[in-house]
Design a binder for this molecule. Sequence first.
Ligand code: THU
Length: 160
Amino acid sequence: MRRKTIEIGYNEYSNINELSEKQQNLIFAARKAVKNAYAPYSNFKVGAALLMEDDSVISGNNQENASSPVGSCAERTAIYWANANFPDKKIMAIAITSLDTEGKIAKHLSPCGLCRQTLLETQQRFSSPIKVFIDNRDHILEIPNIESLLPLSFSNTSLQ
Ligand code: THU
């Protein structure tokens, strides 16, 4: 038996001003997008904003359905829209933010497994790391790439 360890490094910022202007604007775009979320069932609204390689920003939010599995998370709404309309543009970063049932920025947001897998596919499609910014109430997390969120993942290499 050999014991192996995977270490994940990420940055935690206690103030948004510690980020670059471009990164701050990405988070502001996610905070704008969250307002249009359709989340009447969970009352948990999520907004996502993608920084594209040409510095344009594409956003999305969660869209729920009375038949719950039909709904989409904010991340996948944004990623699929971006990939559908700009199939050749790389996604450099994603920022996500959420509002809890009281309308306050939630304390601990983290992308779900389906969104991590979708982000991984997109990162591999463009062979370029996608950074993740998680906008929590008391701090912002900067995660360098999607492998960090999904270690030992299933991907296209598993199919070969
Ligand atoms: N949700 C997202 O949109 N993104 C996440 O990262 C976590 C969860 C949505 C799905 C559902 O509409 C609501 O939040 C509650 O789970």
